[in-house]
Ligand binder design. Structure first.
Ligand code: NG1
Ligand code: MG
Length: 496
């Protein structure tokens, strides 16, 4: 399969290939009038799916592989068009609206110099996610390319990925925007390079994201899970799903927006994992100068001793367990371990991410580095065990790994919450072969592996016990998108 997105070779998808509900939204976007009443029609309609992660949680930013799949029914889609303004000398502009104008207000940006656009992190606005993709695309366009012609671009967005639910609504928007920008400027790009541009782009909104979500939204193949690896370069391999089962996604309905309070949750974990890598490197007498991730530590040990990677990871997990006997270290403790003044840590080890990391370093009373890194190592071994033998008739084994993953997210990574724990318990009671939180956690969704023939019964029982029983909803009145069954969907596309 040609997996580049060249417009010339029509790497597009016919409208009929999408689910009927998705088709309706795509058609609405295609026929939506220009926000400035320009007579132009939409040049392109683009769709980027949300994703569910099946295994490998909070390991991407430590450099380890993950196992998500794109969703067939949840996406962020958009239409993009070039318009001719009434006043031809008006500065180039980018207008971002939502298909439902009551949902989000329209924003217009001056794009005379696209490189001078920036995202104001102190004033969070939904259009920033579009800007992030737009900037990511520009950053990765070859510098030899001619500057884009002055133009007026209008974008209309429509998404149905539940936000703050761990299904990557933000990345789906960033991916749609990155692809739209390349497309409208006629710049050719492969799917891999598109993913790299979207990953870099999303950093403009201030999270220290790892790369799983953008890659899953772009590189996934229909009816498959996707193993994404980030080291030494971004690669993706479709993996067969276990046969005879479906994956059911249930929203615990506690919202967790990752960009809000990032320094207490997501970004804190990113910092903890890097501090863990530095401390382990020190303990093991490695060259700390080259260490940014736990993966760097593993790679150095593997290289030095010609060792097996799985063996090294298992050994490091043990090392973390042994060190985890005392209270979580403070920044003072860590600076003593590293032999570096506390005040130098930011500059020395976080210079690539100062803005986001300084708040975490300054405001956190302690850093649970041993628990966090033990989770990352154990979770990585779980992903590796799936990759070492085909999943086809191993739903039971996969279910066990999913359950272990949830337990590790809960107790070691501390990224669950009581709602997610309750829901996971209800899902298992209702017959799930395995059930776990998915995505960043602290709220959002669970994913459960369920025998295909028991799917309806499972949904009925979860509805009764969790949504009606625990959450108090009336029969038939669940919020939209509380439960969905997803097959693996294909990656972002330009609608034909
Ligand atoms: P969500 O669930 O979209 O907040 C986040 C990160 C991923 C990954 C997971 C945890 C972004 C865009 N996404 O996902 O890279 O680290 O958490 O496995 O930051
Ligand atoms: Mg997200």
């Amino acid at each position: 399969m040609d997996f580049s997105l060249t417009l010339a070779n029509k790497a597009t998808q016919p409208l009929s290939s999408y689910l009927p509900s998705v088709q309706t939204r795509l058609q609405a976007l295609a026929s939506a009038p220009s926000p400035s009443n320009s007579p132009s029609v939409a040049s392109y309609v683009i769709r980027a799916p949300g994703r569910v992660n099946l295994l490998g949680e909070h390991v991407d930013y430590s450099g380890f592989g993950v196992l998500p799949m794109a969703l067939t029914q949840y996406d962020v889609s958009l239409s993009i068009r070039k318009v001719t303004p009434e006043n031809p000398s008006s500065p180039s502009s980018l207008t971002i609206s939502n298909l439902d104008p009551n949902l989000f207000e329209t924003r217009k940006y001056d794009t005379s110099d696209p490189k001078s656009l920036s995202v104001d992190l102190s004033a969070h606005h939904w259009s920033h996610y579009f800007l992030a993709g737009y900037l990511g695309a520009f950053d990765s366009m070859p510098s030899s390319a001619p500057p884009p012609p002055p133009s007026h671009i209008e974008v209309i967005i429509s998404g149905n990925v539940p936000s703050g639910a761990g299904l990557s609504s933000s990345s789906a928007l960033v991916v749609a925007s990155t692809l739209a920008t390349f497309t409208i400027y006629g710049t050719d790009v492969t799917r891999n390079d598109l993913a790299l541009a979207a990953i870099e782009g999303e950093r403009y909104v201030g999270t220290l994201s790892g790369g799983m979500d953008q890659s899953a939204s772009i590189l996934s193949r229909a009816n498959m899970a996707l193993n994404i690896e980030f080291v030494p370069t971004l690669t993706s391999t479709p993996i067969n799903l276990p046969s005879g089962v479906v994956f059911v996604i249930c929203n615990c309905l506690k919202k967790k927006e990752k960009a809000v309070d990032a320094s207490l949750y997501y970004n804190k974990r990113v910092v903890e994992c890097r501090l863990a890598a530095l401390c382990i490197a020190k303990h093991k007498g490695l060259d700390g100068g080259d260490v940014k991730t736990l993966r760097n530590v593993v790679d150095q040990i593997v290289e030095k001793g010609g060792r097996d990677m799985g063996e090294v990871i298992a050994e490091l997990s043990k090392h973390c367990e042994e060190n985890d006997s005392e209270e979580a270290p403070t920044l003072e403790d860590i600076s003593a371990t590293l032999g570096v003044p506390k005040g130098d840590i930011l500059e020395l080890y976080f210079s690539d991410r100062k803005v986001q990391c300084s708040a975490v370093l300054n405001d956190s009373p302690s850093f649970d580095i041993w628990k966090r890194s033990r989770h990352v190592f154990d979770e990585t071994l779980r992903v590796k065990s799936v990759l070492s033998s085909p999943l086809d008739d191993k739903a039971e084994d996969f279910g066990i790994l999913m359950n272990e993953s949830h337990e590790s997210c809960r107790s070691l990574f501390d990224c669950s919450c009581s709602e997610l724990d309750d829901l996971v318990a209800v899902c298992r009671d209702a017959g799930a072969i395995g059930s776990r939180l998915t995505g960043a956690g602290w709220g959002g969704c669970t994913v459960s592996c369920v025998e295909e023939g028991r799917k309806d019964e499972f949904i009925r029982e979860v509805t009764e016990k969790y949504y009606e029983g625990k959450m108090g909803f009336e029969r038939g009145e669940l919020p939209e998108g509380s439960i969905c069954v997803s097959l693996g969907g294909s990656g972002a596309s330009i609608v034909e």
